[in-house]
Design a protein around this ligand. Structure first.
Ligand code: ADP
Ligand code: ASP
Ligand code: MG
Length: 814
């Protein structure tokens, strides 16, 4: 004899019911089969909705009733194209009774738990009837048996407790003489010993099947559902979750108690006593292996078997100095809740006994507050304790595993990875058996927490980075292309799963929390929603993904002003925009502090020398205990271009024009030629060397003519270049006479920095600098004579993009 149970989705459409019938037909060729079915998917909820509407005098209950009716009639017609008449007669009769019940509720506007059970029982009655009749129509030896005549409970409506003595004997008695090959039983429903209709609690069809399996002591119980087993965590919230092949009864019970809806928690108990394995299978994918729950689950594998979550939790905190050392507080608290029939999900008490914290269902929180405050009225009046504190909007997440107790550091890992992702923990509980560690967190952090913990305990090798790029112009576009090209390499070799979740230019922005398709991003972006700097931030915040990184590829002040917001949300910032690091010191140091406090990396390698590893090298020198004594550098690709091309045969004005045309200067060339851009770079290097310094502190010896410096517009500036050609030729001639090259040099020495044009002699490392190359020489305690030199292309879209990419990978490697 075999016992199978099919859930709501499995019997949710004619197509799925056909799969169910196919499975049952095959099984019945070898054995007699008992099949427990749920209501058609979603019907229980609709019945309850209709009931509440009727109770509230809302005539929409009629619409809801009609939807329920349509769903069933459609299924019947689709399953029995030419033979639906008989079934329809019976079903219409049942629907009529249902309608009368709803009319009654409407009339007296009351929906008691007792009536509610009567109402929801229609769901399973209808589904089991339709399936049995359809099978009979198709010539199978099938019959419906009403489980209300077999399963007997007390009168605790909506979640009645089973009287196993009577129930077991009823089930044994009935199946001893049942002659049909396949018996279809409605799940969930039962009768009280007074003959009233009761139910076993939401999700209770699983329990019905377990009760039958245990009463008949069958070899195995099969639960057929819409997923391929019990997963490492809720597959609807974590894409990487996968089915657990074997799991112990205790682990399955803990996971289901803590929210793994795939199994109704009481289901395990009856079969556990008899050692009957539960096999969870997928109706929509019958070939998938599924999960076996038994005593044979090997513990040799991972210590953490699964992670589950309960939402809509409220936390009650009872505290006060009057509680310390006085026995009986907890007892009274628990009794109060028990009298109100409020279930406690989680308990923690600090060892000081100064406070006790309880997790309950949010819907009970109002009743709980009233009951507790009234039970402790005296103590509250005497200020021995405070009125109970109720916090809502919370959820519980739990790590489960029989073998966790034998492994050190699991809770440490759990809490540190949550902390790293800025997930605040409100309360913690660890079962004495150490089969579970649970934490109370804000509900809007649940998805992030589950993904973080899943990555930590089940996908140790790969780290997912969720990247948001703003400013996909020239450099940004290259960055996206480089990421597209390297994605697979990163996954295979560095175990980094890099996804671009958001993209924005100045006009539009797009998001896809599964990762934007990098083949079509341009077209998608063109059709995206209107861009907004704050909107971009708010969206990233709302998505609340772990390892989120905001990449700023703009030169925009307003974007830089938002870094603070990003870091405070534990979102990493990678920027080629220099503004944040080169404006006031307070701002720079605030961002650095926020980065540490919120564990959010803040990287800006490309602020100096584009893709050259200048800041990273500097940071490594300092981190390893070295001290920077001085820095000498040529850091401007544009000024190099200008002075490498300027001589007695060219005109200064023309060379600058050419530099601008070839994209080497800012749109306003004065920013480059005045030395401001270079000053910002040496400022950042000085700050990274540990010096508190501002832009005003940097000595800037300008080489521009008086008029050039004073010019108000770009056009005026270009005019001065023509007028002052002699001034510039003078600079060149002097250098030539001294056998030198002109280079624009940035220097940092003994805490002071300066920038200016210098005549560089032949032997100097700067002399031969070509094109737009940059060079930096670090003199340190370890490199006192021979500096550490970094040299190479210091400008250009490709190298800048690869510098940004390197920062992103740095975050991934950490
Ligand atoms: P049925 O109607 O078949 O009884 P349920 O909806 O009650 O199905 O349970 C299956 C659902 O449980 C899955 O679709 C999934 O959304 C949810 N679920 C939550 N946690 C888990 C988990 N750890 N493993 C599998 N499913 C889970
Ligand atoms: N139909 C009931 C419910 O939705 C029982 C079940 O499906 O297990 O809760
Ligand atoms: Mg279920």
């Amino acid at each position: 004899m075999k016992v199978l149970k099919f859930g709501g989705t499995s019997v949710g459409s004619s197509k799925n019911i056909n799969s169910v019938i196919h499975i049952l037909d095959n099984y019945s060729k070898e054995d007699t089969v008992i099949c427990v079915v749920s209501a058609v998917g979603g019907i229980t909820d609709k019945l309850l909705l209709a009931g509440t509407q009727a109770q509230n005098k809302d005539t929409n209950f009629l619409n809801t009733f009609n939807t329920i009716k349509e769903i069933h009639l459609d299924i019947i017609n689709e399953l029995n194209p030419n033979k639906s008449k008989d079934i329809l007669v019976d079903v219409n009769e049942q629907l009529k009774t249902l309608k009368s019940l709803l009319d009654g509720i409407y009339l007296i506007n009351e929906l008691s738990p007792k009536t509610s059970d009567k109402l929801v029982s229609f769901g399973e009655s209808l589904s089991s009837f339709i399936i049995a009749k359809t099978m009979k129509n198709r010539g199978l030896s099938a019959r419906q048996k009403n489980s209300q005549h077999l399963i007997i409970t007390n009168s605790n409506f909506t979640k009645a407790e089973v009287d196993f003595n009577i129930t077991n004997s009823n089930i044994k008695g009935y199946f001893k003489s049942a002659s049909q090959q396949i018996t279809i039983l409605p799940g969930f429903v039962a009768n009280s010993n007074l003959g009233e209709q009761t139910t076993l609690g939401r999700g209770g069809s699983d329990f019905t099947a377990a009760i039958v399996a245990a009463a008949l002591n069958v070899k195995q119980l099969e639960i057929w559902t819409d997923v391929s087993g019990m997963f490492t965590t809720n597959p609807k919230l974590v894409r990487q979750a996968y089915p657990i092949e074997k799991i112990s009864y205790q682990e399955a019970m803990e996971l289901s108690h803590f929210g793994a809806k795939v199994l109704y928690p009481p289901t395990v108990q009856p079969v556990l006593d008899l050692n009957i394995p539960i096999h969870i299978k997928n109706t929509l994918q019958p070939e998938a292996v599924g999960t076996v729950i038994s005593n044979n689950a090997s513990n040799a594998t991972r210590p953490v078997k699964g992670i589950s979550n309960i939402s809509n939790v409220a936390l009650l905190t009872l505290q006060g100095s009057g509680m310390v050392g006085i026995p009986g507080f907890s007892k009274r608290l628990f009794e109060t809740l028990s009298q109100e029939k409020i279930n406690i999900i989680l308990i923690t008490q600090a060892s000081s006994e100064h406070s006790i914290c309880l997790g309950i269902d949010e819907s009970d929180s109002h009743a709980a507050k009233i009951a507790i405050d009234s039970a402790f009225e005296n103590e509250i009046a005497l200020k021995k304790i405070d009125p109970i504190i109720v916090e809502t909007g919370l959820s519980i997440i739990a790590l489960v595993g029989d073998n966790m107790k034998n492994h050190q550091g699991i809770s440490g890992k759990m809490f540190s990875s949550l902390g790293k992702n800025n997930i605040n923990i409100r309360a913690i509980a660890q079962g004495a058996s150490e089969k579970n560690i649970s934490a109370v967190i804000a509900s809007n952090d649940v998805k992030k927490a589950l993904n973080t913990l899943h990555e930590q305990f089940f996908e140790t090798q790969t780290k997912q980075l969720n990247v948001f790029i703003t400013g996909v112009g020239n450099v940004g576009e290259r960055l996206v292309e480089q990421i597209k090209q390297q994605k697979n390499y990163l996954k295979e070799n560095l175990k980094i799963n890099l996804r671009i979740i958001g993209l924005s230019n100045s006009k539009t922005m797009i998001f896809n929390d599964q990762g934007i398709d990098l083949k079509t991003w341009k077209e998608k972006l063109a059709e995206g929603e209107k861009a907004s700097l704050h909107g971009f931030f708010e969206k990233i915040k709302a998505l609340n993904l772990r390892n989120s990184i905001f990449v700023d590829v703009t030169a925009n002040k307003d974007v830089a002003n938002l870094y603070e917001n990003y870091l405070r949300q534990s979102i990493g910032v990678v920027a080629c925009n220099k503004i944040a690091c080169s404006n006031h010191y307070q701002n720079y140091s605030l961002l650095k502090r926020l980065s540490l406090k919120y564990n959010a990396p803040f990287l800006f390698e490309t602020n100096v020398g584009a893709g050259l590893p200048i800041i990273d090298t500097l940071n490594n020198l300092i981190a390893s205990g070295d001290k920077i004594t001085s820095i000498q550098a040529v850091l401007s690709g544009s000024l190099n271009f200008v002075f490498n091309n300027f001589n007695e045969t060219t005109k200064f004005h023309d060379v600058v024009k050419q530099a601008q045309a070839e994209g080497y200067t800012e749109p306003d060339p004065r920013i480059d030629l005045s030395g401001v851009d270079v000053a910002r770079k040496i400022l950042i290097l000085a700050r990274e060397s540990g010096v508190k310094i501002n832009l005003e502190d940097i000595e800037n010896k300008p080489f521009l003519s008086e008029a050039g410096l004073k010019s108000n517009t770009v056009d005026d500036f270009y005019k001065t270049l023509i007028e002052d050609e002699a001034h510039y030729q003078g600079l060149f001639a002097s250098a030539k006479t001294n056998n030198c090259q002109l280079k624009y040099v940035a220097e940092f020495d003994s805490g002071k920095a300066s920038v200016g044009l210098q005549e560089i002699p032949v032997a100097h490392p700067f002399y031969n600098l070509k094109g737009s190359d940059n060079i930096v020489m670090f003199y340190t305690e370890r490199y006192p004579e021979q500096p550490m030199i970094i040299k190479g292309a210091g400008a250009g879209a490709d190298v800048t993009a690869s510098g940004l990419f390197a920062d992103i990978i740095r975050i991934g490697n950490n």
